[in-house]
Design a protein around this ligand. Structure first.
Ligand code: CU
Length: 147
């Protein structure tokens, strides 16, 4: 099966008349996951979605070495998956993926040198041929980790 990026374009039919409420409702749904909601339940189960994240969504971590680990609900094709970090200043770091992590896990390390709001962006190809992606926001505290 060809990899295909699932997105929200199915909602953008020309005849669609969006009210403020429907737009808000869609925004909320899409914020949770742009990829999974448009699919029948039986198929959606096979897509890779996050079941655990380190750092956790909206958590605060100390400045310094950052251990990254995302656990997915299914096996993923690591060669066609990627992780990146967006720093508070907007610059981006591509994370080298650990090759020895379990089948459903993306892991790596980075230096969290700037305090502020960071984003961990992920894009994965699951074995059913579908790409899903999303981001985990977290915060880096201005104080260094105690020694
Ligand atoms: Cu799928």
């Amino acid at each position: 099966m060809q990899p295909s990026l699932l997105d929200s374009s199915v909602f953008a039919a020309p005849e669609f008349r969006a009210t403020k409420q429907t737009v808000l409702a869609l925004a909320i749904l899409l914020g949770v996951s742009a990829a999974v909601i448009a699919l029948p339940p039986g198929i959606a189960r096979a897509h890779a979605i996050i079941v655990a994240a380190q750092p956790a969504m909206n958590s605060t971590v100390a400045r310094g070495e950052l251990e990254i680990r995302l656990d997915f609900n299914s096996q993923i094709d690591r060669k066609r998956s990627r992780l990146s970090l967006q720093r508070p200043d907007g610059s981006e770091i591509i994370i080298a993926l650990a090759s020895d992590s379990p089948a459903g896990v993306l892991a790596g390390q980075a230096q969290a040198t700037l305090s502020g709001s960071w984003k961990l962006r992920w894009q994965v190809l699951s074995l059913d041929g579908h790409i899903t992606r999303g981001e985990v926001r977290f915060f880096v505290h201005e104080l260094d980790r105690p020694r």
